[in-house]
Ligand binder design. Structure first.
Ligand code: GAP
Length: 457
């Protein structure tokens, strides 16, 4: 989150907004993701709608897998964390209390010569327009609030103002008491949420790195005040390891502590998990110690008590909050970049997405060697055997070589070829995406084979 007191040198000074075309890896990933159906520019047939993207048939699967692996690690496998799905539309009172109405701003300048807007804090030469190159034409910086405002109901007067949430976090704070009572949880415990957030970014860019509509995966971890440094450290390590465990090489990740001048208005300590993007290091996730800022503010503004009563000691306190805040769409981009690989196989270039099997859109693809009806029928039987267990692709177009290449670009861990011999021996050929080695496996053993080999890939 950015605000007038909060400057993020690494986020803003990275070369991210200087254009993608000269960045080969990013250009290749963007090209592949459009061609293969991961990510499309929104409103493509109308020339595109800046800073919004649509997720295609395989993109939607990858994004779901990112969110599901997060949910698995943050909620399913922890008995002290529960989920929430709060509304996106929200009344001004929330944003008044949270400080977003006052602080959630970026400094904006206009070039009087060409009319292009810039973030003042991102300009290296504050006096020169990076678009038209004119000097001395920049306006004075103005604070620009990043929240999208709309109106609810039939009358668009100020009483009907509502905001699209710029972070999912506030949903967890305003529901703290209801969730704690309903779930019988006491600190330390967490509330997790995945959902869309909206920010009217002045300089969206670098593909899905910074968009105006994006998805967040956030967890607010409520702890006794004196335990907050310990939990902050714990969550920094947990979150870094989550990315490593899902296949991002360690040398593409780092933890960076924010300096006091770059922290958000609510934060006492923040560390970012940073990723080595093609344009340099930048934020992937932020882990903040939000102290009791949010609960105290909401208690003050709503008049409701948001505190914990320790039944053993009789002590009352407002819990402090540690917040690991990740972007689902930004994480998806990092996984794509880290997984992208090219190699030469028998004199030809092979492009392969070496995605962890848990993230891969399809776990397997069933490929009948030809379109002959008896092969199609057998292949459909194999497909139906696997469909209840995994997302599985089925492809009977083009040569088998081209179909392998397509699946490599989708990151599919295993291709299962059904050939004429399969009709006799009831076996299929299973090809491993990474090693390209092949095994002959009977259909009877196929489910067990995949279960074992997917985990080991
Ligand atoms: N609740 C705290 C919070 O929202 P943040 O650092 O502003 O903190 C958390 O956002 C994460 O959300 C970021 O690390 C990033 O992954 C993602 N994110 C933030 N703004 C984004 C944008 N405009 N486009 C895509 N992802 C974004």
């Amino acid at each position: 989150m950015t605000n007038k007191n909060n400057k993020k040198p690494n986020d803003k000074n990275s070369k991210k907004d200087v254009g993608l075309a000269d960045d080969n890896l990013l250009a290749k990933v963007i090209n592949l993701t459009k061609r293969r159906g991961f990510v499309f520019p929104s409103a493509d047939i109308y020339g595109g709608f800046r800073s919004a993207y649509d997720f295609g048939p395989v993109g939607v699967l990858l994004l779901r897998n990112v969110k599901e692996t997060w949910w698995y690690s943050m909620v399913q496998t922890r008995d002290e964390v529960v989920g929430l799905d709060a509304s996106i539309l929200s009344p001004p009172a929330i944003w008044e209390a949270s400080g977003h109405l006052e602080n959630f701003t970026d400094p904006l300048v206009d070039c009087k010569a060409c009319g292009v807007r810039h973030r003042h804090d991102q300009l290296e030469d504050k006096d020169t327009c990076p678009d038209c190159g004119k000097k001395g034409e920049m306006t004075e910086p103005r604070q620009f609030n990043l929240m999208f405002k709309t109106s609810a109901g039939p009358v668009a007067d100020s009483g009907a103002d509502v905001y699209l949430r710029p972070e999912t976090a506030q949903g967890m704070f305003i529901n703290y008491g209801l969730v704690a009572n309903a779930s019988r949880k006491k600190p330390p415990f967490g509330i997790a949420q995945i959902g869309k957030s909206f920010r009217n970014e002045i300089t969206p860019g670098n593909f899905i790195f910074r968009t105006r509509e994006f998805e967040q995966m956030e967890m607010e971890y409520f702890v006794p005040p004196e335990e907050s440094p310990k939990w902050h450290k714990y969550w920094c390590e947990e979150r870094l390891n989550w990315y490593i465990n899902l296949g991002i090489p360690k040398d593409m990740l780092q933890l960076r502590e924010h300096g006091p001048d770059e922290r958000s208005h609510y934060s006492d300590a923040t560390s970012d998990v940073e990723f080595k993007y093609p344009w340099g290091w930048g934020e992937l996730e932020g882990i903040a110690n939000r102290t009791d800022f949010d609960l105290s503010q909401h208690a003050k503004h709503s008049g409701k008590k948001l505190e914990h009563l320790d039944s053993e000691t009789g002590e009352k306190y407002i819990p402090h909050v540690i917040e690991p805040a990740a972007g689902a769409t930004r994480a998806m981009m990092a996984f794509l970049i880290a997984a992208y690989d090219e190699e030469e196989v028998k004199g030809e270039k092979r492009t392969v997405l070496r995605l962890d099997w848990r993230l891969a859109p399809y776990k397997a693809a069933v490929l009948p060697l030809s379109k002959k009806p008896e092969l199609s029928k057998k292949a459909k039987e194999v497909l139906e055997l696997l469909q209840p267990l995994y997302m599985v692709d089925f492809d009977e177009t083009q040569s088998i070589g081209k179909r392998y290449r397509r699946q490599d670009e989708l990151g599919t861990p295993f291709c299962i070829t059904v050939d004429f011999e399969s009709l006799d021996d009831d076996a299929v050929t299973v090809r491993d995406r990474d090693s390209m080695e092949q095994d002959r496996v009977t259909t009877k053993d196929l489910v067990k084979y995949l279960a074992e080999h997917l985990k080991n890939q």
